[in-house]
Ligand binder design. Structure first.
Ligand code: BTN
Length: 232
């Protein structure tokens, strides 16, 4: 398989975009020990110190319409949860759309980006950031972030987690390409803590409060506002 291992990069996501546009194949993985400009959702930064976490991006070339790309974020979340569980025995929860929490604190972030024309995907780049062996966090995220090391009380081998996540991903991706999103959606819902609750959804278009009703077949959240209207 096609794995790029780097000591230090600005962002594995950026490097993956470049490799993808230069003909990088489906299944190409970029892993780095450190990111000096790790990217989070909504233009945020992602704290990616050296040697402690899993900072990884994956290139996919699925033959699906661009509006279905969010489904792959949900699929990835399930693969990550299963991979972490297989190695550590820990059970994580999904907070829509892409946060994975352990004991209520953020353990994993997933960032899905696309290179696409109007109606055709060139590549989907899925970035996965997992806090593995950190024992402390910067002030701004101290209260809200956690690591596997903190929760488990011992150091965790990053390579075995990566391997297990990729095995789970491959299995789910095959199901997805063969049978569509429905089986994945059912697995995702089993881990999601957001559905059925009042939440604030933050998007590029602003923040929206409402009652999370479920997800659409595209993998998009359905939010009921205070007037009883439903929004995607
Ligand atoms: C989030 O905001 O929750 C998403 C965080 C995604 C972080 C990962 S780490 C590997 C990849 N490279 C990046 O720059 N970001 C993603």
């Amino acid at each position: 398989k096609n794995v790029h291992y780097e000591k230090s990069v600005s962002s594995t996501q950026e490097l993956a975009h470049r490799i993808a546009s230069e003909g990088g194949e489906e299944g190409t993985i970029i892993v780095a020990e450190e990111q000096v400009a790790g990217k989070g959702r909504l233009g945020r930064q992602w704290y990616s110190p050296i040697g402690t976490g899993i900072w990884m991006s994956m290139i996919l070339k699925p033959k699906i319409p661009p509006q279905q790309a969010p489904q792959l974020t949900l699929l990835t979340a399930v693969a990550v949860i299963r991979g972490i569980h297989a190695i550590t025995g820990l059970n994580c929860d999904i907070k829509w759309p892409n946060d994975i929490l352990l004991n209520g604190k953020k353990l994993v972030g997933i960032l899905t980006e696309m290179q696409a024309d109007l109606d055709q995907i060139q590549s989907v780049i899925i970035g996965i950031g997992i806090n593995v062996n950190q024992i402390s966090f910067p002030e701004e995220i101290k209260e809200t972030a956690t690591s596997l090391r903190i929760e488990k009380g011992k150091e965790i081998n990053r390579a075995s987690i990566i391997k297990s996540i990729l095995e789970n991903f491959e299995e789910l991706y095959e199901i997805y390409l063969k049978e569509g999103f429905l089986p994945i959606k059912i697995m995702w819902e089993a881990h999601a803590i957001t559905i059925g609750k009042r939440i604030t959804a933050r998007t590029m278009g602003g923040s929206f409060q409402g009652f999370a009703q479920g997800i659409t077949d595209e993998g998009i959240l359905l939010l009921e506002d205070d007037l009883g209207d439903t929004h995607k």
